[in-house]
Design a protein around this ligand. Structure first.
Ligand code: PGA
Length: 239
């Protein structure tokens, strides 16, 4: 895994954008995109740029079950607001949180990913080492699935809602197997609260207890961390 340590999340977002921009100029057509506070600085750079996205397809990692696309807490809404409204794509896929048959819908989403192989996948990481909503204990070989959110994730995400009870209890989420099939992966993590998860991901054993640790097996992963998120890493990673 290649590790890039930046001064702060502003520089981290600029670095991540450089990688996406170069990848797109080199021919990447399908991007796996992510939501949350972490990618915001990347999207800020993206919308300010002159990058044309009209030939690109995006596939998002996840969506809450039960939220409509116009709900301000939905990941559909997040993507519209932070990227798609300002940079129209040829086609964008975000899981349908209102799907009636969630299990059947997950299979459809796997099919979408199969038909549109992801060239560059963006990821964040949770404090417990989750990637997307793949929580500790999730099998590594799983495709798109419905996830019951853990108490910790509900608590962490409640900052975006009026109170914890309003946080949906489950989500539709790409599995670790989908993520590992991407040609290239860019994972961003900022702040000291992510420091332990970052260390476990890079230096710890590969274990389903730390879902992000599977990335050690991927041939092309770039991790962009600020100094705070890098603080527990071995010195050899601190460039
Ligand atoms: P955050 O979430 O970007 O809001 O910190 C990342 C994650 O939990 O994957």
């Amino acid at each position: 895994m290649k590790v890039i340590v930046t001064e702060n999340k502003i520089q981290g977002g600029a670095k991540a954008f450089e990688i996406f921009e170069k990848g797109i100029k080199d021919g990447a057509k399908t991007l796996g995109l992510a939501t949350g506070s972490t990618p915001e600085t990347l999207y800020q750079n993206w919308v300010k740029s002159d990058l044309n996205c009209e030939n690109l397809t995006s596939i998002n990692l996840d969506e809450y079950v039960g939220l409509t696309p116009d709900n301000p807490q939905s990941y559909h809404y997040f993507m519209q607001k932070h990227l798609f409204d300002k940079k129209p794509f040829k086609k964008t896929y975000v899981p349908d949180g209102m799907a009636k048959d969630v299990a059947a819908y997950c299979k459809q989403y796997d099919q979408i990913i199969k038909e549109n192989p992801i060239d560059i996948q963006l990821l964040g990481i949770g404090r417990n080492g989750h990637i997307a909503f793949n929580e500790p204990g999730t099998p590594f070989d799983i495709g798109t699935h419905e996830v019951k959110l853990t108490k910790n994730t509900i608590k962490a995400n409640s900052r975006f809602f009026d109170n914890e009870d309003e946080v949906p209890k489950s989500a539709i989420c790409m599995g670790t197997a989908n993520i590992m099939q991407s040609k290239k992966i860019v994972l961003m993590a900022f702040g000291e609260k992510k420091a332990h998860a970052v260390k476990e991901m890079i230096e710890g054993p590969i274990t389903e207890d730390v879902p992000a640790s599977i990335l050690q097996k991927h041939p092309d992963v770039t991790v962009i961390v600020d100094k705070a998120a890098a603080q527990e890493l071995d010195d050899k990673y601190k460039n």
